[in-house]
Ligand binder design. Structure first.
Ligand SMILES: NC(=O)c1ccc[n+]([C@@H]2O[C@H](COP(=O)([O-])OP(=O)(O)OC[C@H]3O[C@@H](n4cnc5c(N)ncnc54)[C@H](OP(=O)(O)O)[C@@H]3O)[C@@H](O)[C@H]2O)c1
Length: 201
């Protein structure tokens, strides 16, 4: 398969690229400043330009998306923008625009996260975006024809990120990136649609 991984040079992305390449797939990575192709998924024009360069693919994977950590009591409407533009709309626009470049039987796999199910302090903005992406995936799956599938992966905090994030995730038992990557492989190479693969253990 020919697969685009947006965020393919990130912590999760690298593990996903490794597992896909190990299965002999052709993997193209993209990011704002990293990867084979340049894209800023907060801009629909940038997404369209990336797909114009890329051409047809069999799978679209997103392991990208940012949000601001802010306590709700101090959160302003502006603080929400990053999560809405990046994690939520960035990924959904990738699916909407990308579907036009997907071959018959292709798939879309997006990233959410445990914060929507197991809240942490200052995580409401991220949780909102995660929940929105998961709901979109579940509902969008029933609309797609041509055998097109859509799923998302909801990782726990990663072992590889735990040093950086441990103060926010006390008591969470991190999971290895390789286990998260396996869920992406299940989505890309499997037959299920409308699923959220929760990699919490
Ligand atoms: N790490 C964890 O423990 C963990 C756990 C659960 C969920 N998540 C979620 O999983 C996603 C990836 O996490 P990560 O830890 O792998 O992040 P990361 O290491 O920071 O990697 C993010 C990747 O996405 C790309 N990216 C960021 N913003 C982009 C944009 N607007 N357009 C295009 N590419 C963009 C980055 O490349 P450029 O800088 O070149 O754009 C980078 O390759 C995030 O949404 C995160 O919240 C992470």
């Amino acid at each position: 398969m020919r697969i685009i991984v947006v965020g393919g040079n990130g912590t999760i992305g690298k593990a996903v690229v490794d597992v896909l390449k190990a299965e002999n797939h052709e993997v193209i990575t993209a990011g704002r400043t990293s990867g084979d192709l340049s894209v800023d998924m907060t801009s629909p024009e940038s997404i369209e330009a990336m797909f114009q360069k890329l051409g047809a693919v069999d799978a679209i994977v997103s392991t990208a998306g940012a949000a601001k950590k802010v306590n709700v009591e101090k959160m302003t409407p502006k603080d929400l923008h990053l999560a809405v533009e990046s994690k939520l709309l960035g990924q959904i626009n990738l699916a909407l625009i990308g579907q036009n470049y997907l071959r018959r039987g292709g798939s879309i796999t997006l990233t959410t996260g445990i914060m929507k199910d197991d809240p942490i302090a200052n995580g409401a903005s991220s949780a909102m975006a995660n929940g929105g992406v998961a709901a979109f995936v579940k509902a969008a799956a029933v609309d797609f024809t041509r055998g097109i599938r859509i799923n998302c992966v909801s990782p726990n905090v990663l072992e590889e990120s735990y040093d950086r994030l441990k103060d926010s995730f006390k008591g969470f038992v991190p999971v290895p990136a390789s286990r998260v990557a396996a869920a992406f492989l299940k989505s890309v190479a499997g037959c299920q649609t409308g699923q959220e693969y929760q990699v919490y253990h």
